[in-house]
Design a protein around this ligand. Structure first.
Ligand code: ATP
Ligand code: MG
Length: 561
């Protein structure tokens, strides 16, 4: 069996069978976001599935549509449309000419509704919203039939026309399907098909004041576009009989099939658009693209590579089992990609001055440093080295614990790519007790060479030239929530926001050159983590602003263990 076949999930099995049996000549799928928010990592799973299937079956002419399910004027906005287009592209998928808007089908939905009325399968109900709700019954009791259920066709047509003409206020009437008020499936108890909303729509403006319900519009959208397999998440499973009813009873050019799979849930975050919107509106984050958000735009800004997100989505698999995936799995996928692709650079986040006392005053030289020790083909770059350097404060300990191989009194350490240096003294601030300066001697001839006899050197630390470094701002990001399941938190999801999810460091010392990189440039700061020049805040030529993509190791794993 090929690798492809081995990882085939139940949906891919169904599609392969439909192609083999001749039921379909090709496969047409769609991704149908409602433009009422930005896409998140859960959507990425749906995108990778539907676009992935189209790509795998390209030889048969398969395709995947991007369709905006914009049938509710209340919450939708052009800003969301634009962001969704950018995000799907960024993830690496292409819909070719197949970009659609459900709002362009309003005439078709209306025709279908009229047809249902003519066939005696839909009626205008003038009960109040509360009365309709009360009449629905529940899982143990059947619903009650509306007093308006048996109106004549003519009366229904006339009333529906009035609704369309704007003569009926919001909430005063709905069009309902006439199915079965005693059905064990509540979705089949005369569901609403159309409601009145006097609001301007981002695409159709004032043209309509009646809008179709999702359950009515969605199957018609799929049918109109000749979708063969309409893939959605499990919460729509109980709606499938209604989906099929609409397809059966309306004039459709094709018969789509809905198949459900379980949605992606991730620990340490929330995924509902309502909650994400709340985080934005209440300014708990800087926007939808805040690097801590589970949105695709947040992940892009943070430096997550799209390939890592695709690998992650493939890895979680497609099943009907409800589960929750550990955030660490996504983070692992990000590290796997970046470890191979990210060039290495030097940055000192918490700088401590080192003076090489035997180095000539005013002297300097250039040393060759590997761009990526994991990848010899990445080559080397030249870094300036002089009498004064910055090293990380934690790389010097006056009173080190066992197995501390970095700089210590009378000890030696290697400057990565440079000399071995040996401690000869240090200055302590009398007031704060903090070390303010370390004095070392460099050992000539040790670049690229072993330590001379009698010198023990077991570690290499990162550094930058004090004279030629650049000051920068670095933003350290951590998970937005401290709880594994913020949705289930007793005090609500906001009660477990992580107060330390953003730390802004000033006066970080960068190797020269990093001030000139473009926004989005990503590298590994050696021994620290992956960082990218912030897409929004960083401007080439000005003081650099880097944002942390991810640390080198999972710092949450040890906390839990
Ligand atoms: P909400 O968050 O308000 O429930 P939604 O995520 O369902 O909204 P849509 O724009 O309707 O928003 O979603 C588009 C598609 O993405 C749907 O087909 C939906 O099934 C799928 N989708 C949404 N969330 C997830 C998820 N967590 N995992 C997998 N697929 C998802
Ligand atoms: Mg939805």
């Amino acid at each position: 069996m090929s690798k492809e076949q081995q990882k085939r999930d139940f949906i891919r099995e169904i599609i392969a069978e439909d192609l083999a049996s001749g039921k379909h000549q090709t496969t047409v799928t769609r991704f149908p976001p409602e433009p009422n928010g930005y896409l998140h990592i859960g959507h990425a799973k749906a995108i990778c599935l539907s676009f992935g299937i189209a790509r795998e079956n390209a030889a048969t002419g398969a395709r995947c549509h991007l369709r905006f399910d914009d049938t509710n004027p209340a919450k939708e906005d052009q800003e969301y449309v634009d962001s969704i287009i950018a995000d799907v592209r960024w993830l690496g998928f292409d819909w070719g000419e197949h970009l659609y808007y459900a709002s362009n089908y309003f005439d078709y939905f209306y025709e279908c509704a009229v047809k249902l009325i003519e066939d005696g399968k839909a009626y205008v109900d003038e009960q109040s919203v509360e009365e309709v709700r009360a009449g629905r019954g529940n899982l143990t009791e059947p619903g009650a039939e509306s007093p308006y259920r048996d109106r004549s066709r003519e009366e229904n047509l006339e009333l529906f026309e009035k609704m369309k003409a704007g003569e009926v206020p919001d909430g005063k009437a709905v069009l309902r399907a006439k199915i079965d008020m005693a059905s064990p499936n509540l979705n089949m108890r005369d569901p609403a098909l159309y409601r009145i909303i006097h609001a301007s729509h981002h695409n159709t403006g004032e043209a309509w004041c009646i809008y179709p319900m999702y359950d009515f519009a969605h199957p018609l959208e799929d049918a109109k576009e000749h979708i063969t397999h309409s893939l959605c998440t499990l919460e729509f499973e109980d709606h499938r009989p209604l989906y099929d009813w609409v397809v059966r009873n309306c004039p459709v050019p094709a018969v789509p099939r809905q198949i459900e799979f379980s949605r992606l849930n991730l620990t340490y975050t929330v995924m509902s658009k309502r909650k994400l919107l709340q985080l934005v509106q209440e300014k708990h984050v800087s926007g939808w693209d805040d690097p801590r958000m589970p949105t695709l735009s947040g992940m892009r800004r943070r430096g997550y590579p799209p390939a890592a997100i695709r690998t992650f989505c493939e890895g979680v698999g497609i099943t009907k089992f409800k589960g929750i995936t550990d955030m660490a799995v996504l983070e692992h996928a990000v590290r796997e990609v970046l470890n191979k692709t990210a060039p290495r650079r030097m940055a000192v986040l918490d700088p401590l001055k080192v003076v090489l006392v035997n180095y000539p005053e005013g002297g300097s030289e250039e040393v060759d440093v590997q761009n990526n020790p994991e990848d010899p083909e990445a080559g080397t770059r030249k870094l300036p080295l002089g009498r004064e350097l910055w090293i990380e404060r934690e790389d010097f300990e006056i009173d080190p614990p066992k197995k501390y191989f970095r700089l210590r009194p009378d000890g030696a350490v290697r400057l990565r790519g440079g000399y071995i240096i040996k401690h000869v003294g240090h200055v302590v601030d009398a007031v704060t007790g903090q070390v303010t300066e370390v004095h070392c001697e460099f050992l000539p001839g040790t670049i690229g060479e072993n330590a001379p006899e009698g010198v023990v050197c077991k570690a290499a630390i990162h550094w930058v030239s004090a004279e030629q470094s650049r000051d920068a701002e670095v933003r350290l990001y951590d998970r937005l929530f401290t709880a594994e399941d913020p949705d289930g938190a007793e005090g609500g999801f906001l009660s477990c926001l992580n107060p330390d999810s953003l730390k802004v460091l000033q006066g970080v010392k960068l190797e020269p050159g990093l001030e000139a990189v473009e926004p989005g440039f990503l590298c590994q700061f050696e021994r620290i983590g992956y960082f990218s020049a912030d897409c929004v805040l960083h401007r080439p030529g000005e003081e650099p602003i880097f944002c942390q993509t991810i640390g080198l190791r999972d710092s949450w794993a040890k906390q839990k263990g």
